[in-house]
Ligand binder design. Structure first.
Ligand SMILES: Nc1ncnc2c1ncn2[C@@H]1O[C@H](COP(=O)(O)OP(=O)(O)OP(=O)(O)O)[C@@H](O)[C@H]1O
Ligand SMILES: [Mg+2]
Length: 332
């Protein structure tokens, strides 16, 4: 690591984003003198700030350490820091059983967040509560600033989702299904519908009735259906269910592409840890209705810890009631 080169790189990234040292320091919750020292190569940010900086500037921690970009520059949006999802103090029970326990979660524009956890941990319940398919006991949920209690319609207009087996009109063609969604959401751009059909690779079967589709084809249609609204937030509950290996690979590149092109945020629950590692920038582990870990993928890669390793240590120590405050990825 060349501290001076890294400092210069941070300074350039900050200017590219039209931020002052003070503004960057405020975002990180530190003194502006610290930013100034990093930029002059006097000090180097520690790993938690490197992770934060990598999220703010859409670069990897490794690129920050190298002081240069290895990968193609992502389109940087100065509104990157607008909050797309804010979940605060959310709790949810079914009968007497508490399923979600005081969940706090914020997603920013362009974030791709993986939600992992054992069966029955509460992932689907969290997703359904965010979309108000379930009523929360307490807490607040905002999507793009709209409170789902007061402005549900506006909040949902910013959201696309696929949860469990997606609802489709089986007796209608794929195309007709998409047209209905477009109509209901007042979307007039017909070319965009065709673009999305191509994007998900369904163009040769889009005029077939959905009942003739395979599971993977239905998943692809559901994705096109979720995307035609051009949502700011895409929520996917185990989207790779039923997809073949090629489908999984294609979905991965589709999600990365659409997130970069449209600066879309994606919340994706999955049991396939390698997928999460591949697609997401950030991972949240949920167990027995609690968020037990929330960390950047780059942070894990930097420390050479696999997601599988983290999953097991985190869930095992949580379930055995051990406190984990001193671990490298302690509960936030
Ligand atoms: N409609 C419901 N009524 C009662 N209990 C429910 C309901 N839906 C879910 N639960 C319970 O809530 C808990 C969390 O379930 P949830 O489906 O959210 O888990 P999950 O993390 O999505 O699991 P999986 O990985 O198996 O999909 C489970 O104990 C489940 O039995
Ligand atoms: Mg589930």
């Amino acid at each position: 690591m060349n501290q001076e080169k890294m400092g210069l790189f941070i300074s350039n990234l900050r200017k590219e984003n039209q931020l002052t040292q003070k503004e960057l320091a405020n975002m990180l919750g530190i003194m502006d003198t610290s930013v100034s020292k990093w930029e002059r190569g006097i000090n180097a940010p520690d790993i938690s700030y490197l992770t934060e900086l990598s999220k703010i500037f859409h670069v990897t921690v490794q690129e920050l350490l190298n002081g240069e970009r290895q990968f193609k520059k992502k389109e940087i949006n100065i509104n990157h820091h607008s909050k797309v999802l804010e979940v605060s103090n959310l709790s949810k029970s079914f009968g007497k059983r508490k399923i979600l326990n005081n969940i706090n979660l914020t997603m920013y524009e362009g974030d791709i967040v993986g939600l992992i956890g054992p069966n029955g941990a509460g992932k689907t319940t969290l997703i359904k509560t965010i979309l108000k398919l379930y009523k929360a006991d307490s807490g607040k949920i905002k999507i793009c600033g709209y409170d789902i209690q007061k402005d549900l319609e506006k909040a949902l207009s910013k959201t696309g989702s696929i949860i469990e087996s997606p609802d489709m009109y089986l007796n209608l063609t794929g195309k007709k299904n998409l047209q209905i969604t477009a109509l209901m959401n007042d979307i007039k751009d017909k070319e965009y519908i065709d673009e999305m059909v191509k994007f998900v690779g369904l163009d040769d079967r889009i005029h077939d009735k959905v009942k003739k589709y395979s599971l993977g084809m239905k998943q692809r249609l559901a994705l096109a259906n979720a995307l035609i609204k051009k949502p700011k937030l895409l929520i996917l509950d185990e989207p790779t269910n039923g997809l073949d290996p090629r489908g999984i690979k294609e979905l991965r590149s589709m999600l990365k592409k659409i997130s970069t092109e449209q600066n879309m945020s994606i919340l994706i629950s999955s049991h396939i840890l390698s997928e999460v590692e591949n697609i997401c920038d950030r991972v949240i582990i949920i167990d027995q209705g609690n968020i037990i870990s929330d960390f950047g993928i780059e942070e894990a890669k930097y420390k050479n810890i696999s997601l599988e390793e983290l999953f097991f240590t985190k869930t095992e120590s949580f379930e055995s009631g051990e406190q984990d405050e001193n671990s490298e990825f302690s509960k936030k």
